[in-house]
Design a protein around this ligand. Structure first.
Ligand SMILES: NC(=O)c1ccc[n+]([C@@H]2O[C@H](COP(=O)([O-])OP(=O)(O)OC[C@H]3O[C@@H](n4cnc5c(N)ncnc54)[C@H](O)[C@@H]3O)[C@@H](O)[C@H]2O)c1
Length: 272
């Protein structure tokens, strides 16, 4: 891996983005924490600097083209050429059915979770390609492949995966790799808020994985860091699950005719 890289992490002020920012900084990279929330973003920068790392804060709304384009122009002129982009800005949604799902909320999820990723890749990808070097990691979700009553969130993540493959092919000849991570249930600030509000069941989320635990933001950060490292120099267009084995365990649990027996622990059976 080259020396100090410039890494932009959207949504770097919280959760997976915060953990990724700290992971790149630990490696010696200069991290631009780009977030809508200035207070949390700046606190991540302060924490990185207190640990001897290098970080800058930039405010961005990834759903707004002008804001994302301004971020890219500003970072490249005041910080330097960006080599790593992690698009972790995103929002969760609550379970709903199609009849009662507010269309404005549907559109807001898409605006941030898909359009935000698209705009970020659009702003930084061609700049990387022009220099012949770069790595982008988008954040999908197991809900991209495991349909759930998250009627904007899941489809938006499926679209992110499709975009990741397309951009890997488009930008690959110019030395830019584009990959995604597919987290399962990650205990981030956003997830904790939903657990506290009674919208998610922590025990059930942990119990439905092969490893019997939720994913930590740092686990996802390690996957992101790997995909941006020289160890992954021949890997592009992939979606790396970081889900504590949630997807294979789910498949096993629901296999028709086998009685829903968990591979390891009877007490982790789903509660009807
Ligand atoms: N937590 C999970 O279980 C989980 C699982 C799979 C995928 N993901 C995905 O990981 C990503 C990060 O989620 P998280 O759980 O870390 O959430 P989080 O709320 O902890 O962090 C998300 C960050 O994005 C920022 N953000 C939101 N909207 C923005 C906007 N318009 N412009 C700029 N920044 C904005 C927030 O301010 C926040 O700092 C999301 O894309 C989410 O869908 C999360």
């Amino acid at each position: 891996m080259s020396g100090q890289r410039i890494a932009v992490v959207t949504g770097g002020g919280s959760g997976i983005g915060k953990a990724a920012s700290r992971r790149f900084a630990l490696h010696g990279d200069l991290v631009v924490v780009a977030d809508f929330n200035e207070a949390t973003g700046r606190s991540v920068v302060d924490a990185i600097r207190a640990e001897g790392g290098h970080a800058e804060f930039r405010r961005v709304d990834v759903a707004e083209q002008a804001s994302v384009d301004a971020l890219a122009a500003d970072v490249e002129s005041t910080v330097g050429p960006v080599e790593v982009l992690v698009t972790s800005a995103g929002i969760l949604q609550n379970a709903t059915d199609i009849a009662s799902f507010d269309l404005a909320e549907h559109d807001r999820v898409w605006a941030i979770n898909y359009r935000g990723v698209y705009l970020s890749c659009r702003a930084f990808g061609p700049r990387m390609a022009a220099r012949g070097r770069g790595s982008i990691v988008n954040i999908s979700s197991t809900s991209a492949v495991d349909p759930m009553p998250l009627l904007a969130y899941g489809p938006s993540k499926a679209a992110v995966q499709n975009l990741t493959g397309a951009l890997a092919v488009e930008l690959g000849p110019d030395g830019v790799r584009v990959n995604a991570v597919m987290p399962g249930y990650v205990l981030t600030e956003a997830m904790q808020a939903r657990i506290d509000a009674g919208k998610r069941d922590a025990r059930s989320m942990a119990g439905h994985s092969a490893l019997g635990r939720m994913v930590a933001p740092e686990d996802v950060a390690q996957g992101i860091f790997f995909l941006c490292s020289d160890a992954a120099s021949c890997i592009t267009g992939v979606v790396l699950p970081v889900d504590a084995g949630y997807l294979p365990a789910l498949s096993y649990l629901h296999h028709p005719g086998l009685g829903g027996v968990h591979p390891r622990r009877e007490d982790r059976r789903p509660v009807a």
